[in-house]
Design a protein around this ligand. Structure first.
Ligand code: COA
Ligand code: AMP
Length: 644
């Protein structure tokens, strides 16, 4: 054990964010040892941190835990059995269903028994491709219960994306549903799943399908099994103790190419970090209702719909609906009021959509929001206008906070549980304890306050962050650790101001954020380039009032292609929708004669983006032929760019 016996705790309940940060910086291992005391271990860790193999670090080696035990069993045994654990609120099906901790445990233990019955055991992978139904959370927790590794794939991804994940994760089993429901449209999942399995290089032994009444899925005999039938005859399974360092899940996230990165999360560090974050960052007490309006397919859904709130003994809300249209822009306020949500978390894009449809907040005033305490936003930088609108309408603190799939919990935040720091709109406030955030220049030197540079985090990353990429240690080092040895590269650019506040201004790679969904423009370019008429292409994220960014494609056709450009553009939009998914929101492919490039042949995507966004730009000194920029400006103007 590394904590000092009888020493006063580093994190007293009266410490401010700055004090707690300083305490962590001084004695990081003692800090995390104290946080780990809040977790239930079968066997306590031997060391807090194993730093013997840099740049690979492992938290709590020797520790033995079970994530599901901490999420459910422990609470059932300690007074929360009859407290609601999960409220499923689904305006798209017109249903609300509450599971107490005891009921959720019963379902999870039974589905864990189903998994065991299908031969799934510790270390096996299970892909979960489901809409926002409680069964998705049940499947995740059941995997955790038996030490299987889940990999949830967002339902808005199409077959090719799912196939890439199946091929890489090599799941023994896939859990899916007959359909999802998008406002007024039923999306059959099963054809997408069948196609993905056909495309994948690895076949699962079985698929377990939840048949929803909105659409029945035809089953493949011998391969597909019915969720309800299996559950009816299943025996509940107990928790399997696993090593703290064992993987809990893989979550694929967009990288710079078409192949997503398999972010790995361990059991022990994840438990410790998320438990700590619930009270210290979100300021939510056990027993209170906490709601993250995201999707289980994203990191927010993993951390703050399922694991964090359940570790902390909260009631979590699983919402199958949208901010607008299900049925109106008051949907979020209805849920907050009806379920007495104390702390709420969503993406700024959702607030912009609500503000567009209800600028004066008439829908806000329809509901009693007296129990609502704090509103958190993440997924993209929250523009000050949106933040002020939400503050004015809701009368609660609105907190922007910054994190990534890779970290799994916030890097920069205003830690409400440690007393609030003054809000500076546009900043995510300060680095959270655990993250030594530095702004580095191109040469690796730290930049002074107010100067923009690459945001990096000194190693080791805190518990809960990715220890590596699935089956790809080398890719982990190449993508994140090689640019500045000793640091994790966030691929975000920004600065710290004189007060130490962090300003995260945008990505330095080709990742874009479309309505809070992380997407790779490189992956979209791969799709466009596969069209037989396309010679060259470039995809950039351009500003959009609601979605923050949307992709814009510029294409050069092969010589001699005589087909109408509009027809080709439509085909390209369809291809991106079919191969990546509708969430990419790829609608515009503009045919141009040439693309601007440097003399060494690199396409000047950043300059094209600035032209499309109506921003000032300097003609790059390395440009091959500056007259192409005038052609691009004219072509973009012809389709209405810049839009603001
Ligand atoms: N399954 C199938 N299709 C899906 C899907 C899913 N799980 N999620 C989205 N889609 C589809 C939508 O139906 C839509 O299809 P369309 O092109 O036929 O209309 C497309 O993907 C784009 O969806 P979406 O990104 O949701 O955009 P929208 O225009 O329908 O709604 C917002 C805009 C802002 C209301 C919505 O994007 C939103 O709520 N965003 C918040 C995202 C979020 O919470 N992110 C997590 C980070 S915290
Ligand atoms: P994801 O992995 O989907 O969570 O996306 C992570 C990326 O979203 C980050 O690297 C940032 O570019 C962006 N992001 C998320 N939250 C914020 C925020 N509060 N401020 C600025 N950028 C953000």
């Amino acid at each position: 054990m590394n904590s000092t016996p009888n020493a006063p705790p580093l994190q007293s309940s009266r410490s401010s964010q700055d004090e707690v940060y300083a305490a962590w910086l001084k004695e990081p291992e003692r800090f995390w040892a104290e946080a780990a005391d809040a977790v239930q271990w079968y066997q306590r860790w031997e060391r807090v941190l194993d730093a013997s193999r840099p740049p690979f670090y492992r938290w709590f080696p020797g520790g033995v835990v079970n994530t599901c035990y901490n999420a459910l069993d422990w609470h059932v045994a300690h007074g929360r059995a009859d407290q609601p654990a999960l409220i499923y609120d689904s305006p798209v099906t017109g249903s609300i269903r509450t599971f107490t901790y005891r009921e959720l445990l019963t379902e999870v233990a039974r589905f864990a028994g189903v998994l065991i019955g299908q031969g799934v055991g510790r270390g096996d992978r299970v892909i979960i491709y489901m809409p926002m139904v409680p069964e998705a959370a049940i499947a995740m927790l059941a995997c955790a219960r038996i030490g299987a590794i889940h990999s949830v794939v967002f339902g808005g991804f199409a077959s090719h994306e799912l196939a890439a994940r199946i091929s890489h994760a090599e799941p023994k089993l896939i859990v899916s549903a007959s359909c999802g429901i998008e406002v007024n449209r039923v999306v059959p999942y099963k054809p997408l799943l069948d196609k993905a399995i056909e495309l994948a290089s690895v076949q699962p032994r079985h698929c377990i399908i939840l048949q929803r009444p909105q659409a029945a899925a035809p089953m493949v005999s011998g391969r597909d099994l019915d969720w309800s039938e299996l559950m009816a005859s299943a025996q509940p399974a107990e928790c399997v103790p696993v090593a703290a360092t064992d993987p809990l899940y893989i979550l694929y996230t967009s990288g710079t190419t078409g192949m997503p990165k398999g972010v790995v999360r361990d059991n022990g560090g994840h438990l410790v970090a998320l438990k700590w974050s619930m009270t210290h960052i979100y300021g939510v007490a056990p027993g209170e209702v906490y709601w993250a309006a995201s999707d289980l397919g994203w990191t927010v859904g993993h951390s703050y719909i399922v694991y964090g709130p359940l570790f902390n003994g909260n009631t979590t809300v699983l919402y199958e609906g949208k901010p607008v249209g299900t049925p109106d822009p008051g949907a979020f306020w209805r849920v907050i009021s009806q379920h007495r949500v104390r702390v709420f978390f969503t993406a700024p894009t959702a607030v912009r959509a609500i503000k567009r449809d209800d600028p004066n907040g008439a829908h806000v005033r329809r509901y009693d929001l007296s129990g609502f305490r704090t509103f958190f936003l993440a997924g993209e930088r929250c523009d000050p206008d949106t933040l002020h609108w939400a503050e004015r309408q809701l009368g609660v603190p609105v907190i922007d906070h910054w994190w990534q799939t890779e970290t799994g919990w916030p890097i920069g935040a205003n830690c409400v549980g440690l007393g609030m720091l003054p809000v500076k709109p546009g900043s995510c406030t300060k680095a959270v304890a655990g993250y030594d955030v530095r702004i580095l220049g191109e040469d690796g030197h730290e930049l002074p306050a107010a100067q923009t540079g690459n945001i990096a985090i000194r190693l080791p990353l805190p518990p809960g962050c990715l220890p590596t990429l699935w089956n790809n240690d080398e890719g982990y080092v190449r993508s994140y650790l090689s640019r500045y040895p000793g640091y994790y590269l966030t691929a975000d650019a920004g600065y710290k101001d004189e007060d130490g506040y962090l300003w995260v201004m945008g990505r330095t790679d080709d990742i874009i954020n479309v309505a809070g969904h992380r997407l790779s423009t490189g992956a979209m370019e791969e799709v466009l380039a596969s069209h037989p008429d396309v010679a060259e292409c470039a995809v950039m994220g351009v500003a959009d009032d609601i979605k923050g960014e949307i992709p814009l494609g510029l294409i050069v056709l092969k010589a001699g292609v005589g087909r109408p450009p509009d027809a080709i553009a439509q085909e390209l939009a369809r291809m991106v929708r079919e191969q990546i998914g509708p969430v990419a929101a790829f609608r515009t492919a503009l045919v141009v004669q040439r693309l601007p490039k440097t003399r060494s042949g690199k396409i000047l995507r950043g300059t094209i983006k600035k032209i499309a966004d109506g921003m000032e730009y300097r003609v790059p000194p390395t440009i091959d032929d500056p007259t192409i920029l005038d052609e691009i400006t004219a072509a973009l103007a012809a389709i209405g760019y810049p839009r603001r």
